[in-house]
Design a protein around this ligand. Structure first.
Ligand code: CO
Length: 186
Protein backbone atom coordinates (compact mmCIF):
# COMPACT_ATOMS: atom_id res chain seq x y z
CA UNK A 1 0.00 0.00 0.00
CA UNK A 2 1.24 3.49 -0.73
CA UNK A 3 2.73 5.88 1.78
CA UNK A 4 0.38 8.84 2.15
CA UNK A 5 1.33 12.53 2.52
CA UNK A 6 1.01 13.68 6.12
CA UNK A 7 -1.24 16.71 6.63
CA UNK A 8 0.38 19.65 8.42
CA UNK A 9 -1.04 21.98 11.05
CA UNK A 10 -3.13 24.53 9.18
CA UNK A 11 -4.99 21.86 7.21
CA UNK A 12 -8.65 22.03 8.30
CA UNK A 13 -8.95 18.23 8.39
CA UNK A 14 -6.82 18.25 11.57
CA UNK A 15 -9.41 20.40 13.38
CA UNK A 16 -12.44 18.40 12.22
CA UNK A 17 -13.93 15.66 14.43
CA UNK A 18 -13.75 12.32 12.60
CA UNK A 19 -16.62 9.97 11.91
CA UNK A 20 -17.29 6.58 13.50
CA UNK A 21 -16.30 3.61 11.38
CA UNK A 22 -19.43 1.70 10.34
CA UNK A 23 -18.13 -0.78 7.75
CA UNK A 24 -15.34 -3.11 8.85
CA UNK A 25 -14.48 -3.95 5.27
CA UNK A 26 -11.46 -4.30 3.03
CA UNK A 27 -11.26 -0.54 2.59
CA UNK A 28 -10.76 -0.19 6.34
CA UNK A 29 -7.97 -2.77 6.32
CA UNK A 30 -6.27 -0.87 3.47
CA UNK A 31 -6.54 2.32 5.55
CA UNK A 32 -4.89 0.62 8.55
CA UNK A 33 -2.10 -0.70 6.29
CA UNK A 34 -1.57 2.77 4.78
CA UNK A 35 -1.41 4.33 8.26
CA UNK A 36 1.17 1.80 9.45
CA UNK A 37 3.31 2.20 6.35
CA UNK A 38 3.15 6.00 6.50
CA UNK A 39 3.95 6.01 10.26
CA UNK A 40 6.98 3.76 9.75
CA UNK A 41 8.21 5.86 6.84
CA UNK A 42 8.03 9.15 8.78
CA UNK A 43 9.20 7.63 11.18
CA UNK A 44 6.72 8.13 13.97
CA UNK A 45 5.34 6.33 17.00
CA UNK A 46 1.67 6.91 16.13
CA UNK A 47 -0.58 8.19 13.36
CA UNK A 48 -4.29 8.97 13.14
CA UNK A 49 -6.42 8.73 9.98
CA UNK A 50 -7.18 12.49 9.76
CA UNK A 51 -3.41 13.08 9.53
CA UNK A 52 -3.56 11.47 6.09
CA UNK A 53 -6.78 13.28 5.23
CA UNK A 54 -9.24 10.50 6.12
CA UNK A 55 -11.85 11.71 8.66
CA UNK A 56 -12.47 8.32 10.29
CA UNK A 57 -11.95 7.22 13.92
CA UNK A 58 -8.90 5.03 13.29
CA UNK A 59 -5.32 5.25 14.53
CA UNK A 60 -2.17 3.15 14.72
CA UNK A 61 0.90 3.11 16.97
CA UNK A 62 4.26 1.45 17.27
CA UNK A 63 5.51 1.76 20.84
CA UNK A 64 8.19 -0.39 22.48
CA UNK A 65 8.21 -2.73 19.45
CA UNK A 66 4.47 -3.35 19.75
CA UNK A 67 2.43 -2.43 16.70
CA UNK A 68 -1.26 -1.73 17.24
CA UNK A 69 -4.35 -0.16 15.79
CA UNK A 70 -7.69 0.88 17.25
CA UNK A 71 -11.04 1.84 15.75
CA UNK A 72 -13.83 3.90 17.35
CA UNK A 73 -11.91 4.23 20.65
CA UNK A 74 -13.18 5.34 24.03
CA UNK A 75 -10.68 6.07 26.82
CA UNK A 76 -10.70 5.76 30.60
CA UNK A 77 -7.96 8.02 31.98
CA UNK A 78 -6.15 7.76 35.29
CA UNK A 79 -6.15 10.75 37.63
CA UNK A 80 -2.40 10.56 38.09
CA UNK A 81 -0.51 12.49 35.46
CA UNK A 82 2.79 12.37 33.59
CA UNK A 83 4.88 15.11 31.99
CA UNK A 84 7.08 14.40 29.01
CA UNK A 85 8.24 15.65 25.65
CA UNK A 86 5.65 15.11 22.95
CA UNK A 87 5.69 15.78 19.24
CA UNK A 88 3.37 15.23 16.30
CA UNK A 89 4.04 14.33 12.66
CA UNK A 90 1.72 17.19 11.66
CA UNK A 91 4.10 19.67 13.40
CA UNK A 92 7.58 18.95 11.97
CA UNK A 93 10.44 19.65 14.37
CA UNK A 94 8.19 20.75 17.24
CA UNK A 95 8.27 19.12 20.66
CA UNK A 96 6.99 20.34 24.02
CA UNK A 97 6.48 18.98 27.48
CA UNK A 98 2.85 17.90 27.50
CA UNK A 99 0.79 16.78 30.50
CA UNK A 100 -1.10 13.50 30.04
CA UNK A 101 -2.73 10.88 32.22
CA UNK A 102 -0.23 8.24 33.34
CA UNK A 103 -2.48 5.26 32.55
CA UNK A 104 -5.22 4.60 30.02
CA UNK A 105 -7.70 1.85 29.33
CA UNK A 106 -8.79 2.13 25.70
CA UNK A 107 -11.78 0.24 24.36
CA UNK A 108 -12.63 -0.12 20.72
CA UNK A 109 -12.48 -2.54 17.79
CA UNK A 110 -9.83 -4.03 15.58
CA UNK A 111 -10.05 -3.90 11.79
CA UNK A 112 -11.99 -7.18 11.75
CA UNK A 113 -14.72 -5.72 13.95
CA UNK A 114 -13.67 -7.63 17.07
CA UNK A 115 -13.80 -5.78 20.41
CA UNK A 116 -10.40 -4.99 21.90
CA UNK A 117 -9.22 -3.60 25.21
CA UNK A 118 -5.82 -1.89 25.38
CA UNK A 119 -4.21 -1.00 28.71
CA UNK A 120 -1.19 1.26 28.61
CA UNK A 121 0.95 3.43 30.82
CA UNK A 122 3.66 6.03 30.18
CA UNK A 123 4.46 6.29 26.46
CA UNK A 124 1.66 4.01 25.23
CA UNK A 125 -0.84 5.90 27.42
CA UNK A 126 0.50 9.16 25.99
CA UNK A 127 0.11 7.89 22.41
CA UNK A 128 -3.44 6.60 22.98
CA UNK A 129 -4.46 10.01 24.33
CA UNK A 130 -2.65 11.93 21.57
CA UNK A 131 -4.19 9.85 18.78
CA UNK A 132 -7.70 9.87 20.26
CA UNK A 133 -7.41 13.65 20.50
CA UNK A 134 -6.68 13.71 16.74
CA UNK A 135 -10.01 11.95 16.13
CA UNK A 136 -11.75 14.76 18.01
CA UNK A 137 -9.95 17.54 16.14
CA UNK A 138 -7.79 18.26 19.20
CA UNK A 139 -4.03 18.77 18.79
CA UNK A 140 -1.22 18.39 21.29
CA UNK A 141 -0.61 22.14 21.34
CA UNK A 142 -4.12 22.42 22.84
CA UNK A 143 -2.86 20.39 25.85
CA UNK A 144 0.12 22.63 26.63
CA UNK A 145 0.36 25.09 29.50
CA UNK A 146 -0.58 28.62 28.37
CA UNK A 147 3.11 29.63 28.44
CA UNK A 148 4.24 26.66 26.34
CA UNK A 149 1.37 27.08 23.94
CA UNK A 150 2.41 30.68 23.34
CA UNK A 151 6.01 29.55 22.70
CA UNK A 152 4.80 26.75 20.42
CA UNK A 153 2.64 29.09 18.33
CA UNK A 154 5.58 31.47 17.94
CA UNK A 155 7.83 28.59 16.86
CA UNK A 156 5.16 27.38 14.40
CA UNK A 157 4.75 30.83 12.83
CA UNK A 158 8.52 31.04 12.35
CA UNK A 159 8.86 27.52 10.97
CA UNK A 160 9.73 26.75 7.36
CA UNK A 161 6.63 24.65 6.90
CA UNK A 162 4.02 27.02 8.32
CA UNK A 163 1.69 28.21 5.57
CA UNK A 164 2.28 25.23 3.33
CA UNK A 165 -1.01 23.67 4.38
CA UNK A 166 -3.04 26.81 3.68
CA UNK A 167 -1.33 27.54 0.38
CA UNK A 168 -1.74 24.08 -1.00
CA UNK A 169 -5.46 24.19 -1.80
CA UNK A 170 -6.62 20.65 -2.35
CA UNK A 171 -3.17 19.33 -3.26
CA UNK A 172 -1.69 16.80 -0.87
CA UNK A 173 0.87 18.09 1.61
CA UNK A 174 4.30 16.59 1.22
CA UNK A 175 6.24 16.43 4.45
CA UNK A 176 9.60 18.11 4.64
CA UNK A 177 12.79 16.14 4.66
CA UNK A 178 14.73 15.62 6.86
CA UNK A 179 11.89 15.03 9.24
CA UNK A 180 13.36 15.35 12.70
CA UNK A 181 10.67 14.90 15.31
CA UNK A 182 13.10 15.09 18.27
CA UNK A 183 11.40 13.04 20.97
CA UNK A 184 8.50 11.19 19.46
CA UNK A 185 6.31 11.93 16.52
CA UNK A 186 2.72 10.88 17.01
CO1 CO B 1 -0.14 13.81 16.18
Amino acid sequence: MPIQPIRLFGDPVLLTPSNEVVDFDKELRVLVADLIETMHDAPGAGLAAPQIGVPLRVFVWDIDDALGHLINPTLDLSDDMQEGEEGCLSFPDLSYSTPRSMRVVAKGWNMFGEPVNIEGSELLARALQHETDHLNGVLFIDRLSPENRKLAMKEIRQSQWFGLAQDSGTEPIVKLSPHNTFGIGL
